[in-house]
Design a protein around this ligand. Structure first.
Ligand code: HEC
Length: 238
């Protein structure tokens, strides 16, 4: 009994003094926090980069912003887990290195619709056009909302260059030449997509928002589809 009373009294030195106690707790939490955070900032190789994964083109970057604006992440994840049930349905599972140019990444936390991490190249451009116009046209019984305005609204192109510059400040390795030609590159890619849609019987101006969104969707997961970002990727999960 006497020992526990004594040790309680020792605690009292700290615990009866609110200010000292608060200071000590703050110091302890700071040390704990630094120990966790500093290594993450100091170690570059924390996230293995994958050589095949390159930054988005200007048009894809614009399309990505539409994906954010429309809240597509509320129903779609971009994160394929390394389980057979997932890889059989969606393809190669996601690697950390595939998201190094995604600011912020779009992993999502809810799947009302399917995962979109590897949707790039899965369907023709025209499929996406019709699907966004009215999902029931391509997917019987779909509960996905219509996004008709993407087909009629013009893409706001006033900030493309600055968006690339913002990405550069976040560490995305766009070259000066790429930033300088952002507007021209965006328009050229949009024209190619519009030409392709036209060949498929869809008359869509290259300036429409849907064109940028299609560019983004068609890029998703393409770079990392076969790339190995870590040692485990050669193995198929069981
Ligand atoms: C309310 C939930 C919901 C929202 C919001 C939503 N989707 Fe979907 N999405 C679905 C469902 C459900 C499906 C499956 C049926 C279908 O194909 O339409 C789907 C399917 C898809 C597919 C086809 C995937 C595949 O592999 O077959 C794409 C691409 C897609 N959505 C893109 C988008 C984009 C882009 C947005 C935002 C502009 C969006 N979705 C917003 C629910 C949603």
């Amino acid at each position: 009994m006497s020992t526990s009373t004594e040790s309680w009294q020792k605690h009292g030195v700290l615990e009866n003094k609110a200010l000292v106690m608060t200071l000590m707790v703050t110091v302890l939490i700071t040390i704990g926090g630094l120990v966790e955070i500093v290594p993450l900032m100091a170690i570059d190789s924390n996230i293995p980069t994958i050589a095949a994964v390159t930054p988005y083109t200007p048009l894809e970057l614009e399309g990505r912003d539409l994906y954010l604006r429309e809240g597509c992440y509320n129903c779609h994840s971009q994160m394929i887990r390394p389980f057979r049930s997932e890889t059989m349905r969606y393809g190669e599972y996601s690697k950390a290195g595939e998201f190094v140019y995604d600011h912020p990444f779009q992993w999502g936390s809810k799947r009302t619709g399917p995962d979109l991490q590897r949707v790039g190249g899965k369907y023709p451009d025209a499929w996406h056009y019709r699907h966004m116009e009215d999902p029931i046209k391509t997917s019987a019984g779909s509960i996905m909302p219509r996004y008709g305005w993407l087909l009629t609204d013009d893409l706001d192109t006033s900030l493309t260059t600055r968006k690339l510059q913002a990405m550069v400040t976040l560490g995305v390795p766009y070259s000066e030449a790429q930033v300088a030609s952002a507007d021209a590159d965006r328009d050229a890619q949009a024209q190619r997509i519009a030409d392709g849609l036209k060949a498929g019987g869809i008359d869509c101006a290259p300036t429409k928002e849907i064109v940028a969104l299609i560019a983004y969707l068609q890029r998703l997961g393409v770079d990392g589809r076969t790339a190995s970002g870590d040692s485990a990727s050669a193995e198929q999960p069981r």
